[in-house]
Design a protein around this ligand. Structure first.
Ligand SMILES: [Zn+2]
Length: 139
């Protein structure tokens, strides 16, 4: 719990919400604060952590099944699932969370631009990733 965190304040009931789903570690609720479309939902851990990589594997493994339940409930085929980490990556609430954003039409939902860098030299970062990649499903 972080007193200055909006999602923690929602979890503690200090800010009202429209809950959709809850289990031992995660909650899902309607994004009534800054929705991009009807049914825009937030899924996040009850435990205050800032970023995805601070979530446990157990917390992470529950996220996509919840997203699937919400998608089935919405009965939609067009939607985005997005998760931002760090200010440069457009994270504005620093409690890890996932967005499920229905794309009902061209104008309603997530607008997205891919900044593709053609010919990018990735050899150094690729070598670093391979050298330091840890396969640990328990962390
Ligand atoms: Zn928090």
């Amino acid at each position: 719990m972080s007193e200055d965190c909006a999602l923690c304040r929602i979890l503690s009931g200090q800010i009202g919400s429209d809950p959709l789903y809850e289990n031992e570690t995660l909650v899902a609720m309607l994004n009534r604060w800054e929705p991009l479309s009807r049914g825009h939902a937030l899924i996040f851990p009850k435990r205050h952590v800032a970023s995805l990589h601070e979530m446990s594997v157990a917390e992470l493994s529950d996220v996509l099944p919840i997203v699937k339940r919400l998608v089935v409930a919405l009965d939609i085929g067009d939607y985005n699932v997005i998760q931002n980490n760090g200010a440069l990556a457009h994270q504005t609430v620093f409690h890890a969370h996932f967005h499920l954003i229905p794309k009902w039409s061209e104008s309603e939902g997530l607008g997205l631009t891919w900044n593709v860098v053609r010919g990018l030299d990735q050899s150094e970062v690729y070598a670093r990733m391979i050298a330091h990649l840890v396969v640990d499903n328990t962390a």
